[in-house]
Design a protein around this ligand. Structure first.
Ligand code: ITT
Length: 205
């Protein structure tokens, strides 16, 4: 019998850290040791073959809820660049051809945008936050963070494309902002703020 009351269906350690920080104040009944992650269970990660963020978030949460018998939360997220028609989008984690190579993904995107002037470098992060309960209830919420891309990476915080993204109203990249400020305005924070009441009621069920 597991002592977890909620499981995060993600293998991305950066996301796990951000999700802990975002969810703890929003769902106070969740203590750190009541939240498990994909790493705590011997369950293979599902193939993310849905055509959109919401579909991929749901399939990740569904697979783990089915395997663990616990309410599961998943995040599917990515960077959508205006001039690329929304790419990398759902392919953000594997844009360079390998899954999870943040440095190579960022370098390839910067090279692709080398000749694009500042006025055309609009982009947004999108996050789909999904909850699936063992009874089969499913919920998804979408959050965005709108901004633009700079030409050189700046800052050591965050992960993924954070060093080249400046959110509207900011002067620093997400990687320079610091965790607290990023978590106050991020796509992930918006999506999970909307999902938090649903998570709270699933925990009471
Ligand atoms: P899981 O599927 O196991 O959750 P993943 O890293 O494969 O982990 P996604 O398929 O959702 O997750 O891809 C997310 C990618 O989008 C991530 O690898 C980054 O490249 C980018 N990304 C998402 N949120 C980001 C953020 O807050 N800051 C920077 N890059 C982000």
């Amino acid at each position: 019998m597991s002592h977890y009351s909620l499981v995060l269906a993600t293998g991305n350690a950066h996301k796990v850290r951000e999700l802990f920080a975002i969810l703890s104040p929003l769902v106070p009944e969740l203590s750190a040791d009541s939240i498990g992650t994909l790493r705590d269970f011997d369950v293979p990660e599902p193939v993310e073959d849905a055509p959109d963020f919401a579909g991929n978030a749901l399939l990740k949460a569904r697979a783990l809820a089915h395997a663990t018998g616990l309410p599961c939360v998943a995040d599917d997220s990515g960077l959508c660049v205006d001039i690329l028609g929304g790419a990398p989008g759902i392919f953000s984690a594997r844009w360079c051809g390998r899954h999870g190579d943040d440095e190579a993904n960022l370098a390839l995107l910067l090279a692709q945008l080398a000749d694009v002037p500042a006025k055309d470098r609009g982009a947004r992060f999108t996050c789909a936050a999904a909850l699936v309960t063992p009874a089969g209830d499913e919920h998804v919420e979408i959050g965005h963070m709108i901004g633009h891309l700079v030409t050189e990476p700046r800052g050591n915080g965050g992960f993924g494309y954070d060093p080249i993204f400046i959110a509207d109203g900011q002067h620093l990249t997400n990687a320079e902002l610091g965790t607290e400020k990023k978590n106050a305005i991020s796509h992930r924070a918006h999506a999970f703020a909307a999902l938090a009441p649903v998570i709270a009621s699933a925990l009471q069920a």
